[in-house]
Write a protein that binds this ligand. Sequence first.
Ligand code: ATP
Length: 242
Amino acid sequence: MPTPPLIQVQDVSKQFGDKVVLEHITLTLPSAQIFGLLGPSGSGKTTLVRMIAGIDAPTSGSVDVLGQRMPQLAMLSRIGYMAQSDALYAELTAQENLEFFASLYGLSGAKRKQRIQDVMELVDLSAHVKKQIHHFSGGMKRRLSLAISLLHEPQLLILDEPTVGIDPVLRKSIWEELTHLSKQGTAIVVTTHVMDEAEKCDVLGMIRGGRLTAVGTPTELKQATGSATIEEAFLSYGGARA
Ligand SMILES: Nc1ncnc2c1ncn2[C@@H]1O[C@H](COP(=O)(O)OP(=O)(O)OP(=O)(O)O)[C@@H](O)[C@H]1O
């Protein structure tokens, strides 16, 4: 049997009440790579990635991940999701937050300890594990949220604007890690406003007003529009300045 595509979004539309937020989105991502979703504020990026993560369901159309129809509870252990706003317990320490989420993912004992140590090193927060979250800066909370999404070594990692509020040095190291994870076989879906991040994706989808206006590698999208930069390509596909 042929391997199913990693992600198959088929004619997906989404409405909230009367408001149409996504219209007829069809998108196939065949295998593990870094897929970036670039679009202005309010274009529907979060809505689309939430459906790929299985947190929300389409109004019409279908979403399949690794051959499984979404949303599906059993897929949660294979997907890591980092939302735009941090879902952390402010009264607990970083360690306690990590232990809580690790137990949700069924991690225990030595494995749990090791994974917590690894992900905290990765986001450069090892020195702050004993600190309560309400003492964390915005950037530290983002980094902890990223660490949590990686705890269970998901096959598919979905990151909604992961580097907002993170300084350029750490942003670079996070992107190096995403590239490293991708090379090891983790599929990554990331939403962004930032053009230099978009350049680092293997494939980009441009979204505007709930419609996918273009999909291709950064080079393909620049060539197709005769643009020197992704920002120019994005503008020529009708995007407002992101
Ligand atoms: N639960 C909801 N109920 C009603 N409208 C919603 C809901 N969630 C999202 N929307 C609307 O859907 C549209 C798309 O929102 P979405 O958050 O997906 O955009 P986005 O591209 O991720 O924006 P941003 O970059 O600002 O996060 C917006 O107009 C938003 O107000």
